[in-house]
Design a protein around this ligand. Structure first.
Ligand code: NDP
Length: 291
């Protein structure tokens, strides 16, 4: 069997064209959607992610601001910046690129963002709303995964969904969304006993681990749908060393799965598309309130 490719790059492009039209409609009312992205320090991977997000905004006709603070910026400086953006009517979405340096309390920073502008969906109030099944903003990566599953016409009701990874930004919200869609959900992590037992019974397997090519074909149930969230570099000594790869060993997995997301070109572009979707939603809500 060779799996069908769930093409996130193509779907993201389709969605971004639609978002552009909606952004133009808002701009015509004087309410162009605006996103502010804050980067603290010079982590190379974070710089790439921030650049991609800001470029995607520009292409979709959004207003965007990139704010770069030095690596040794104080928590107070960061919180002051967030307070100013919370009060700025040209900004509908605020995103602080994670991870932050250890000297800054990331939870306090996320809580400082106005829940109405929390387009990452990481504020405790928004996570609570998601948990109750009434989300204000759905976190971008799991939201992108759900859109890919929808586009691929993957039925979820009554299916066994297994997620590897329990982070607040991917694993946990992913579990909530799959649960809401009627799947029976298992979350695995580094302490899980017999990971393969769980992965091999998954109809839908989501890998969000951060370990290159960790999930091999023999860990996958024949015919399963495999979602690879991981973004890693292929380690030295392996073919394609230095290139991007996922948490799934694509070559062996695609022979067993019925559908699979590639890396790059799968979940990554969908994450950015969903960030635009949330920013647009935030701007549309403000415009609707203002009549
Ligand atoms: P975290 O490091 O926060 O979480 C990783 C999770 O994997 C943890 O829950 C950890 O378990 C679990 N884990 C680690 N080792 C094992 C193991 N041997 N067996 C089972 N579980 C294990 O990562 P993130 O959730 O932030 O990101 C995961 C991956 O997704 C990364 O590659 C990241 O780059 C990528 N990513 C991609 C995005 C995209 O747009 N495509 C967006 C966000 C992330 P424990 O909790 O016990 O430590």
């Amino acid at each position: 069997m060779t799996a069908k490719i769930l093409d996130g790059a193509a779907l993201a492009q389709e969605l971004r064209a639609e978002f552009k039209l909606r952004a133009e409609a808002l701009a015509a009312q004087g309410a162009r959607p605006g996103l502010a992205v804050i980067l603290v320090g010079e982590d190379p991977a974070s710089q790439v992610y921030v650049r991609n997000k800001v470029n995607a905004c520009a292409q979709a006709g959004f207003h965007s601001e990139k704010i770069v603070l030095p690596a040794d910026a104080t928590a107070e400086a960061l919180l002051a910046k967030i307070a100013a953006l919370n009060a700025d009517p040209a900004i509908h979405g605020i995103l602080v690129q994670l991870p932050l340096h250890k000297h800054i309390d990331a939870d306090a920073v996320l809580e400082a963002i106005s829940p109405e502008k929390d387009v990452d969906g990481f504020h405790a109030e928004n996570i609570g709303a998601l948990t109750q099944g009434n989300p204000r903003f759905i976190p971008c990566t799991p939201h992108g995964v759900m859109k890919l599953l929808e586009k691929g016409e993957v039925s979820l009701q009554g299916k066994e969904a297994v997620i590897i990874g329990r982070s607040n930004i991917v694993g946990k919200p992913m579990a909530l969304l799959l649960l809401a869609a009627g799947a029976t959900v298992t979350i695995c992590h580094s302490k899980t006993a017999d990971l393969g037992f769980h992965t091999r019974r998954a109809d839908i397997l989501v890998a969000a681990i951060g370990k290159p090519r960790f999930v091999s074909g023999d860990m996958i149930k024949p015919g399963a749908v495999v979602i690879d969230v991981g973004i890693n570099r292929v380690p030295e000594g392996q073919p394609d060393a230095g290139k991007l790869c996922g948490d799934v060993d694509f070559a062996s997995a695609k022979e067993v799965a019925s559908a699979i997301t590639p890396v790059p070109g799968g979940v990554g572009p969908m994450t950015i598309a969903m960030l635009l979707a949330n920013t647009l939603l935030a701007a549309e809500r403000v415009a609707a309130r203002q009549g």
